[in-house]
Design a protein around this ligand. Structure first.
Ligand SMILES: CCCCC/C=C\C/C=C\C=C\CC(=O)SCCNC(=O)CCNC(=O)[C@H](O)C(C)(C)COP(=O)(O)OP(=O)(O)OC[C@H]1O[C@@H](n2cnc3c(N)ncnc32)[C@H](O)[C@@H]1OP(=O)(O)O
Length: 302
């Protein structure tokens, strides 16, 4: 228990000033109707939290249209929602899913990594680290109900969860495809994938930038279950019930035992990781290929 408490204190201490600022800002987030049972539902512009107090579960819906790209503001709102749910003893589990049809998350927001200054890149990368640390080490059971395509950072977010349910739609693919963009998945992205699918499969997937369609994602283990699209949410709910049947303290400590060494690696190298990222992303060649990639996305429309 002391270990679990220690981890929570540590991760809380890591909450960035940008998050503190936003938390204090009136009107950005706030209590909304949560029923007459005293349970509060928190909303923010990009995150919709639907609480089910009786089950001890909240559904966190990402709604940062058009593609749920993980912008600085969106990451901040996600983290604040997570923290509020963790601090509310009513909740033992969350289901993270998308409110954008066909897209779970398009990953990191490319516009946060293009044509900005080094200070911005550093701030953005710290927020991405924070998202990973907080979700990966959350004391809650976290289940991803993946109802859309989930490349790169979207896949990373799913990989922080305890269980992944993917909709069986051939258009939905999931994977760390960074090499296809000419960028390198950082060591903690890699570690998370290795922990999920094993070294050999991760090496192949990372070098080739593989985006796995549902059947392959299940075969390789990137997801735990593939179900018809209309059963993603209900499956996530029944899996959640099974996880919540386990005594919470034993499950939480086991989660920390399994994940702490991976998280510690980033915690001890956090500043160096930010410096590496800023150095890498500021390179002319990287900026050019990111610009070209964004242009290609825009031109796709015709
Ligand atoms: C050695 C040291 C190493 C140190 C570490 C260094 C580097 C690591 C750095 C970075 C790691 C990054 C990980 C990432 O997550 S990068 C992002 C990867 N994501 C993608 O490749 C997905 C790109 N998007 C798509 O493929 C499609 O948009 C998608 C299939 C998701 C949806 O297709 P759809 O046809 O529905 O929509 P579009 O018309 O393509 O897009 C609509 C709109 O949204 C914009 N957009 C799409 N994706 C992003 C994004 N990730 N970020 C920002 N904006 C995005 C797109 O440009 C369109 O904009 P507009 O034309 O409407 O203005």
């Amino acid at each position: 228990m002391a270990l679990a408490v220690g981890m929570r204190v540590l991760t809380r201490a890591l909450l960035r000033p940008w998050a503190r600022g936003l938390r204090a800002a009136p009107g950005r987030t706030g209590p909304a109707a949560g029923g007459g049972d005293g349970v509060r539902c928190f909303r923010s512009p990009r995150v919709l939290v639907e609480p089910d107090p009786a089950a001890g579960v909240a559904v966190v819906k990402m709604r940062n249209p058009p593609v749920n790209s993980l912008s600085l503001e969106f990451l901040t709102e996600l983290l604040i929602s997570l923290e509020k749910l963790e601090n509310d003893k009513t909740f033992h589990g969350i289901i993270i899913t998308s409110d954008c049809p066909g897209i779970f998350s398009a990953g990191l927001d490319l516009t946060e990594m293009c044509g900005r200054d080094p200070e911005h890149y550093a701030e953005y990368w710290k927020a991405v680290q924070e998202m990973w640390l907080r979700f990966y080490l959350s004391n809650l059971v976290v289940i991803a109900a993946i109802n859309g395509i989930s490349p790169a950072g979207g896949c990373l977010l799913s990989l922080t969860c305890d269980y992944r349910v993917l909709a069986n739609n051939p258009k939905y693919a999931i994977g760390l495809n960074e090499t296809l963009l000419g960028i390198v998945a950082p060591f903690w992205f890699k570690d998370t994938l290795v922990n999920t699918i094993g070294h050999r499969s991760a090496e192949r997937a990372l070098q080739l930038g593989l985006l796995f369609p549902p059947a392959e994602a299940l075969r390789v283990g990137v997801v735990d279950q593939v179900v018809p699209e209309d059963q993603v949410q209900s499956t996530a709910r029944s899996v959640m019930a099974q996880w919540l049947d386990i005594p919470d303290h034993a499950r939480q400590l086991t989660k920390i035992l399994m994940r702490k060494p991976t998280a510690d690696r980033l915690l001890t190298e956090r500043d160096a990781d930010i410096e590496n990222f800023v150095r890498f992303i500021c390179k002319d060649s990287i900026q050019k290929s990111l610009h070209a990639y964004l242009e290609k996305l825009k031109q796709k429309k015709g």
